[in-house]
Design a protein around this ligand. Structure first.
Ligand code: AGP
Length: 609
């Protein structure tokens, strides 16, 4: 997610904005910039790379002024380079804008603006807004911004300044956060509270489809129909560190709760009207390649590999493709048969994992096209892949992957629908059915997050356990592996994910009355067989914690604890079922006094072998 900071008042705007941007560094970014009204003119300073580089540039050539905007960019559309960094200006350079969000219809708007003679200096969706404001500008900046955002579809939080309106900042938001800090004769604007806490703790949060004008003399807020809107200021009681985590104890917990929005982002702009299919924008992978391929290798590490395994079940369930999944660290040293009609897919949050990058390069050396599911735009794997599906989950700070995993699964569902449609192996009605449920998942994820208190209570019963099995079948077998990994990596409690049908081939010998067995047993084709597996473990004294579908009365007879989740399609159930597993691992780690965001021995991105 990008970071926005803006200021109007009597202070040195450059200093306020830079300090605010440094407070937002934790959100992750790849470039930064500021624009001030300096001597009646808009001056822009921006560059790719770290904020320190921008600060050094400003130290050499400081900007003077008391009104300005600033930005740290988390690239979504366009490389993380200087031209694509914000602020963006209109053709005249007299209007400057910073944006956080995704403009879904930016391509069609760009074409129309080009035809009207506008000239673009970046590949971003954000720059469109600066030219739309220019198009509608007739002296009233707020009115021009109102018309511009009314043309845009998607998510935005913006701050805009204009030479011809030198005393005001106009801000607007839809689906991306924007907070306004209120001082005496001054206003602070930011994407998040840490950027303004040093100056004020009195804030108002702009709501969706609201727009505001800020001057030293005051603030006026309207809806997009230009009806005045009143907000009651709230007072932030957080410390700075608490504010960076949005009030959550850890980044991991914050990111667990960000999953509904992260999932909305992975779907955003990719669902065709009427749920009649998906648009993944993978221009460099021809549909002919998708039609002719006979086999896909899905290659990744850790959590991303378990997402990839989930992708195998999805692709084999909906298409006639043969899918093989392997750990990158193994794949790169095998001699996989990458034939002419083979596609390699990598799945990666960071886009920098050494083994996955090496696997990508090996595949390409063998002449095999590579599609990647990547969260970090502009990462090495992003740039070296032939086709990319970005997950848009935003920066994932906690070492243990949570929102990236569910976003990866969402991207794999979209890819499956795309492949099934292009290969003519999914009926339109089936595609619509899956998409309709996919779009209902963010709300269901919000619902399942309400089990946290119950999960915390269950964690108090088991946090001293010595070991645990996580059992699943079919779509939920990879999810069992992921649940076990979450527990291992943040609580250091030994856990093993296993296909439930395999227990009787040896592992069940481990189960006794102290052994924790977490079972994924939501409604689906494998339900009855999962019930049998649970009975086998329970008969040997295993302590069963079951994840079940709301309303299921069978589980309480065979499980010591049952966590109910909303019903969904079986092939989508891992996206819902993993949430209680994330929370369970979190609360056990918390009770064991572990450093949850930075577990021992682990790095967020394993860029070495
Ligand atoms: C997951 O919680 C771990 N942090 C780790 O397994 C991670 O998924 C793995 O290192 C792959 O990272 P990537 O997605 O950035 O490639």
């Amino acid at each position: 997610m990008c970071g926005i900071v803006a200021y109007v008042g009597d202070r040195d705007a450059q200093e306020v904005i830079l300090k605010g941007l440094f407070r937002l560094e934790y959100r992750g970014y790849d470039s930064a910039g500021v624009a001030l009204i300096d001597g009646g003119k808009i001056s822009v300073r921006k560059k790719e790379g770290k904020l320190s580089g921008l600060a050094a540039m400003l130290a050499r050539e400081p900007l003077k002024g008391h009104i300005g905007i600033g930005h740290t960019r988390w690239a979504t559309h366009g490389e993380p380079d200087t031209p694509n960094s914000h602020p963006h200006t209109d053709c005249s350079g007299r209007i400057a804008l910073v944006h956080n969000g995704i403009i879904e219809n930016y391509l069609e708007l760009r074409v129309a603006l080009l035809e009207e003679g506008h000239r673009f200096s970046s590949q971003t969706d954000s720059e469109i807004l600066a030219h739309l404001i220019e198009k509608y500008y007739a002296g009233d900046l707020l009115e021009a911004v109102r018309k511009a955002v009314s043309d845009a579809e998607g998510a935005y939080a913006i701050a805009v300044i204009s030479e011809r309106n030198p005393d005001e900042i106009v801000v607007a938001r839809k689906s991306s956060p924007l907070v306004i800090g209120m001082g005496e004769g001054e206003y602070f604007v930011a994407s998040d509270v840490p950027a303004l806490l040093e100056y004020t703790n009195r804030v108002i949060y702009l709501n969706d489809n609201e727009i505001a004008r800020l001057t030293r003399g005051g603030m006026s807020i309207y809806d997009l129909g230009m009806r005045r809107v009143e907000h009651t200021p709230s007072t932030i009681e957080w410390t700075l560190e608490q504010a960076e985590k949005g009030g959550y104890e850890t980044f991991m917990l914050k990111e667990i709760y960000e999953q509904p929005d992260a999932f909305r982002n992975v779907l955003r702009g990719r669902i065709l009207p009427g749920n009649n299919g998906v648009n993944l924008g993978m221009e460099k992978i021809a549909e002919e390649t998708i039609r002719s391929m006979e086999k896909i290798f899905i290659v990744s590490c850790g959590t991303a590999c378990y997402a990839g395994m989930g992708g195998r079940y999805l692709l084999e369930y909906h298409t006639d493709l043969s899918v093989e999944v392997d750990y990158s660290s193994e794949f790169r040293y095998r001699n996989p048969k990458l034939g002419r009609n083979t596609l390699v897919m990598t799945v990666t949050q960071s886009g920098e994992t050494a083994d996955t990058l090496a696997s990508l390069r090996m595949a390409k050396e063998k002449g095999c096209p590579v599609v990647s599911i990547v969260n970090v735009v502009g990462s090495t794997i992003d740039r070296e892949s032939d086709g990319v599906i970005h997950t848009y989950a935003g920066p994932e700070i906690g070492v243990a992957s949570t929102k990236a995993y569910t976003a990866q699964l969402g991207a794999l569902v979209l890819f499956t629908l795309y492949v099934g449609s292009v290969r003519g192996q999914m009926e339109e009605e089936e595609i619509r059915r899956v998409i309709a449920e996919l779009c209902a998942l963010p709300e269901k994820i919000e619902r399942v997050l309400r089990v946290e208190a119950q999960v915390a209570a269950i964690a108090r019963k088991y946090y001293r356990a010595k070991s645990a099995f996580y059992l699943g079948r079919g779509f939920n077998y990879p999810n069992a592996l992921e649940g076990a990994l979450k527990l291992k990596e943040i609580s250091y409690l030994h856990a093993e994910g296993y296909p439930a049908g395999e227990m009787k081939h040896g592992p069940i010998a481990l189960i006794d009355k102290e052994f924790l067995v977490v079972c994924l047993c939501t409604k689906g084709e494998k339900y009855d067989k999962m019930i049998s597996s649970i009975r086998e473990a329970e008969a040997r004294g295993g302590r069963i914690v079951a994840i079940g579908t709301e309303g299921d009365r069978n589980l309480k007879d065979i499980a010591e604890d049952v966590i109910f989740v909303p019903e969904t399609l079986e092939e989508l159930s891992p996206i819902i079922n993993v949430i209680p597993l994330q929370l369970f691992a979190y609360h056990i780690a918390r009770l064991r006094g572990c450093d949850i965001d930075k577990p021992r021995n682990l790095a967020k991105s394993v860029t070495v072998e």
